[in-house]
Design a binder for this molecule. Structure first.
Ligand SMILES: O=C(O)CCC(=O)C(=O)O
Ligand SMILES: [Fe+2]
Length: 247
């Protein structure tokens, strides 16, 4: 733990986050998420190297980052086409001008007592940016809620398919498409077994103003969200996620 904490998350949101440092639920008694994670980006991690312990770490992570980013861009092109937009819509609108894609390694410990009140690997949330590509080690635990506005909420297990990625829509894409694409509400419940996953978050350039696309609005369906600068939105979401932490 001492070695991990030496690489703890910095002000650029890169590095290690310890169990219970993240809280996105509103339950006063919950300690927050039991997962531990490591954020990796293309910038902002200068003080976060441990080449002695992990000589090929950086190379491996950068290679994953590049491949996942290329895959995500292709999926975003398909989303643009599905909205009757140019396949290059996101590229041309500067979504990737300052690439902010972040890779996050996650570990859920298996020894958490699942029946303990409010105990959860990752509490219900939707991701903040455009698109998330999720790879897991096949251990169950991930659940989604398809109709997030309906109560009581119905949670379904996401079944693992070998060699496939799970693709989640983020809140900024929901805003951008005026809810034509809904962000995916998801959570990870404890299953009494260690679980490892890799999330790759694609967020729009921080300087880009996200406003509901014209093609997703009409008189009967006016814009539901005011314009907002991507960087301001993401910073606010990250800060509120970690507001209770000592990390
Ligand atoms: O570990 C998982 O399967 C999900 C991770 C997740 O939801 C996140 O990091 O935002
Ligand atoms: Fe998530």
């Amino acid at each position: 733990m001492e070695e991990k904490m030496a690489l703890r998350k910095n002000s650029s949101h890169r590095g290690y986050t310890a169990p219970y440092s993240e809280k996105v639920d509103d339950f006063p008694n919950s300690r927050g998420d039991s997962k531990e994670t490591f954020y990796i980006g293309l910038t902002g991690d200068d003080n976060l190297q441990n080449n002695e312990c992990f000589p090929s770490w950086k190379k491996t992570m950068m290679s994953y980052h590049a491949n996942a980013f290329a895959t995500g861009k292709k999926i975003l092109s398909l989303i643009a086409l599905s909205l009757d937009l140019d396949a290059e819509f996101f590229e041309k609108n500067g979504a990737f001008e300052i690439p902010t894609a972040v890779l996050r390694l996650l570990h859920y410990t298996g020894d958490v007592n699942a029946s303990e009140d409010g105990n959860i690997g990752a509490a219900a949330h939707s991701d903040y940016g455009m698109l998330t590509l999720l790879a897991t080690d096949g251990t169950p635990g991930l659940q989604i809620c398809r109709e997030k506005d309906r109560h009581p909420q119905l949670w379904e297990d996401v079944h693992h398919i070998d060699g496939s990625l799970i693709v989640n829509i983020g809140d900024l894409l929901e805003r951008w498409t005026n809810c034509v694409f809904r962000s995916t509400l998801h959570r990870v419940v404890p299953v009494g077994k260690d679980r490892y996953s890799v999330a790759f978050f694609i967020d729009p350039s921080p300087n880009l103003v996200i406003q509901c696309m014209e093609s997703c609005c009409n008189e009967a369906y006016p814009p539901r969200f005011p314009p907002i600068k991507s960087g301001d939105y993401l910073e606010e979401r990250l800060n509120s996620t970690y507001k209770l932490t000592t990390v």
